[in-house]
Write a protein that binds this ligand. Structure first.
Ligand code: PNS
Length: 162
């Protein structure tokens, strides 16, 4: 059984994330989606909210489990027994940062491989930051986030303190 871990901030989950989750879950026997609770970037949504959105979004995908973590990624991967870390690559601009993370993770845990999936072209421009900016300014993010969490995300991003 090959288990994989797809980590990220997911602040909030987008259709781009869902594209990677669906495709990775069809490759691996079990896919953990790991929400980094204490992301370096100051998140708009707290870890509980980000996990709740993902739980709702992955409902019905049998071999996906959502977890949150606030430790070294490779330690979490080891504890879960995952041999693979999955990351999505949207464009060349993602590459340098993702390569750096893959190298440090390999240095820390050479028994765990990082596998990159190329984002589908229809989502190659999409990011959580764009969703936050557009929704925060009242724009439409209907096709950009999973339908089941769209209203909650928009409502919360429209709150004045965000
Ligand atoms: O969605 P993001 O913000 O690009 O995800 C980055 C994330 C959470 C995958 C990365 O910051 C991470 O792995 N954090 C856990 C702490 C860690 O292991 N850091 C060292 C390797 S980058």
């Amino acid at each position: 059984m090959i288990k994989a871990l797809y980590p990220g901030s997911f602040d909030p989950v987008t259709m781009g994330h869902m594209d990677i989750i669906r495709r990775a879950s069809s490759i691996f026997d079990l896919l953990y989606v790991g929400v980094a609770a204490n992301s370096n970037k100051k998140p708009a949504f707290d870890a509980g909210e980000r996990v709740d959105f993902l739980h709702a979004a992955v409902e019905g995908i049998e071999n996906v489990q959502v977890i949150s973590f606030d430790r070294l990624l490779v330690d979490v991967a080891r504890e879960l027994g995952t041999q693979v870390i999955v990351k999505g690559l949207r464009a060349v601009s993602d590459y340098e940062y993702e390569l750096q993370m893959a190298h440090i993770n390999y240095k820390l845990a050479p028994d765990i491989e990082t596998v990159f999936l190329a984002a589908s072209t229809r989502y190659s421009y999409l990011s959580s930051s764009l969703v936050k900016e557009v929704a925060g300014l009242g724009g439409c993010v209907k096709d950009l986030v999973p339908p089941v969490v769209h209203d909650d995300i928009v409502r919360q991003l429209s709150r004045p303190h965000r």
